[in-house]
Design a binder for this molecule. Sequence first.
Ligand code: NAD
Length: 295
Amino acid sequence: MPVESSKLLDGKGLAQKIQGELTAQIQTLQAEIRRPPGLAVLMVGDNPASAAYVRNKERACERLGIASFGHHFPAEVTFDEVKQTIHDLNDNPQVDGILVQLPLPSHLDSTALLYEIDPDKDVDGLHPLNLGRLVRGESGLRSCTPAGVMRLLAAYEVELSGKHAVVIGRSILVGKPVSLMLLAANTTVTMAHSRTPDLAAVTRTADVLVAAVGKPGLITADMVKPGAVVVDVGISRQEVEGKARLVGDVDFASVQPQCSLITPVPGGVGPMTVSMLLENTVWSYRQRHKGSYNS
Ligand code: NAD
């Protein structure tokens, strides 16, 4: 059945629009601040998926006029070497955002490294201080994928207040922060996870269903309330007829006809994540400039 475009939450199109707006903002701000915004992406080893994500981020920076301060370390780099680089970037006034591309090789403690990033440059929003600000409802850098989900829902004017949201997945990267953001938007939130018995009984009650699991085809039509809004955060690589394809957690073909809005994979949440990273970098650029005015 052909997909009606009116039913798609088009993250790709929205992400492009946001990046266009950011480009214009950077041009205006740069005239005043007299330097471009700067983003440092730290990568360790040669994980091909991570390398592709990093390339993608660096290309987006180039398009928008954000300076890249990337570091690519060999897989055997020590914790102290990465930590020292983070400290140097914390002290570098040209750098507004720092992110460590995950996953890291097992000998590096990613949580401990996250603590080393200056929270005001933590454009991935994963530093405990920024997660604490999210819990408290204070402004601060928000993690990119959950922020991208919320922006997409807002752009399509999805009514959230008083609705029931079900989030599947409880990771610190996606499930927990997106649940807090949905709660802040006045939905009643249920969090489901790998130990939830009868997942379908829970998901069928959702007005807004967010799947962040990483299991292709987990969500089938019988698990979705008619008219629900479905956001598929999952990304898995699958071989289909000898070709690698990206697929989400939702069985798109069966679910799409009965929901009111749905994100495609690819082209849904993925591109929004990159745009939120760029937006966070520009936000930090502006905040740090304002800060220097105040000091
Ligand atoms: P994770 O592995 O840390 O967490 C997965 C969660 O799913 C866990 O909380 C677990 O309890 C839950 N889960 C596992 N099996 C389940 C089941 N059978 N039923 C219900 N819940 C189950 O993963 P993550 O980092 O949160 O990422 C989740 C997915 O989102 C992955 O596919 C990842 O690639 C994708 N992702 C996409 C983006 C993006 O930009 N679109 C960003 C980050 C992550």
